[in-house]
Design a protein around this ligand. Sequence first.
Ligand code: ATR
Length: 291
Amino acid sequence: MKSKIDGKTGIMGIIGGNIKKTLSPFLHNTLLKHYSLNDCYLPFQITIEQLPAAIKGLRALNIKGVNITVPYKEKSMEFMDKVEDSAVRVGAINTIVNKDRLLHGYNTDLTGFKRSLLEDGEIKIKGKNAVVLGAGGAARAIIYTLCQEGIKKISIFNRTLDKAGTIQKEYHSFFPECLIQIFSLKDSCLQNKITGTDFLINTTPLGSYPDIDLNPLPENITLNQNLIAYDLIYFPAKTSFLRQAEKAGARIKNGRQMLVYQAVESFYLWTGIRSEKEIVRQLIHDLDDEN
Ligand code: ATR
């Protein structure tokens, strides 16, 4: 197996604002090694001021591709030569592919989220209801996928109501058959909506490292056991929100499967290789071992 860097080594990586805890280098370098490719995947932590030059540099240095993570998923779009349709609608990219020095933007979070529900857990979305906490870039990808998969109703709760309103307006034109309602995170109907929902999905960073005791739910909210509680956070593995849901007897999921599935989709875009189930399962298993 090749592990040496030489004059032909291709470079991929991740660009983000705070990626000290990123698991993407582990995932991609494991895949690169597994498939004996002469490439390596590196972390690039940059400031917002450095973003235009960093993306321009991908062309100059002929970097094969990068992932884009928080908080640059929206802003990066404007530097692309081409953006895939679904990423345009979501308004965010998480993957750049350098095709002969033309930069193409994709959003593999969509596939990542969908596969985490459909393939692994065989969780049905069609005809169901969801409560989504948050209305940022991650929420937009999740809501887009839920609508595509035929969800009946989504209630978005967000601190800034306007942002939820923008999603409601835009997505209504793409998915008129899905009822999207918006509320402030402090709205008293949250309990009612949660009681009647199939999915409760946290897309906010509340509860992620290092503020691991935070919980996006206000106090006194009760959860029931029929719920699927999904937290997009993957570090820590079990957030305060997921612990609360588990205690109530609900099925819980963290963001680690989605992370692996979006990674293998990005890997496919860069290499043309579809990762086999075995290695995907191994990656999910390896991440599950981390706390
Ligand atoms: P991402 O791309 O990961 O979704 P984002 O676009 O910054 O990141 O969105 C973060 C989401 O978490 C937003 O919905 C944000 O609420 P606002 O729209 O009001 O900014 C929400 N969020 C972040 N910090 C929060 C906090 N302390 N309390 C409540 N919501 C919070």
